[in-house]
Design a protein around this ligand. Structure first.
Ligand SMILES: [Zn+2]
Length: 200
């Protein structure tokens, strides 16, 4: 369920929690399902995630999602923020992904200096539990949002963006990308869709 940003105490927004850096073994663990999504501790974790996410985005200017393992919590909880406000997904399960794939450049909060070219499904449907414990489904036909969802789902299984790189030349610095985004976006040419390296 979406959490209104206004509903969060200011302290939650200002707390800057460390995002685990690439190489921390906890990023490679498979996270465990949450036994009771409606437990208050799950809501507390969700708020910590949103706080860390906002602090990161304020500092680095990008990110559209975060997963609990990124702050060292091995639980299947993730947050995506496609625009209108954060959506917390507990115990997400993929129901369907499109056969059509798209190529794009992504970044990750765990190694924010890098941009990585990946190919992902263009659309996805995910079942999950809300913080109230209800069943819900999130469907995205937007390749950009679908990529964010797939990126965060990977974190829950200990899979990182680097593992998805199209090839070794598909790992570059964000600085180089920013100097000539058109050139790097042309590397995605021939694909159905491309977008700048803004997410997740
Ligand atoms: Zn990431």
């Amino acid at each position: 369920m979406p959490i209104s940003p206004d509903a969060l105490p200011v302290s939650m927004v200002l707390i800057r929690l460390p995002i685990l850096p690439l190489g921390d073994p906890r990023l490679r663990e498979k996270s465990i399902p949450v036994p009771d999504p409606a437990d208050p501790s799950v809501r507390a974790i969700a708020h910590r995630l949103i706080g860390a996410f906002r602090a990161f985005r304020k500092q680095y200017g990008f990110s559209q999602g975060i997963a609990a393992p990124q702050i060292g919590i091995p639980a299947r909880i993730m947050v995506i923020d496609p625009g209108p406000g954060p959506i917390v997904l507990v115990n997400p399960e993929v129901l369907w992904v499109s056969d059509q794939t798209v190529c794009s450049w992504e970044s990750c909060m765990c190694f924010p200096a890098l941009a990585v070219m990946v190919r992902r499904s263009a659309a996805i449907r995910v079942a999950y539990r809300t913080l109230d414990g209800s069943d819900a489904v999130l469907a995205s036909d937007s390749p950009e949002h679908a990529a964010v969802i797939q990126h965060e789902l990977d974190h829950l299984d200990g899979v990182l963006l680097l593992d998805r790189a199209v090839d070794t030349r598909s790992i570059i610095s964000r600085e180089a990308y920013a100097r000539d985004p058109d050139m790097f976006n042309r590397m995605c040419s021939g694909q159905e869709f491309s977008r700048p390296a803004h997410n997740p």
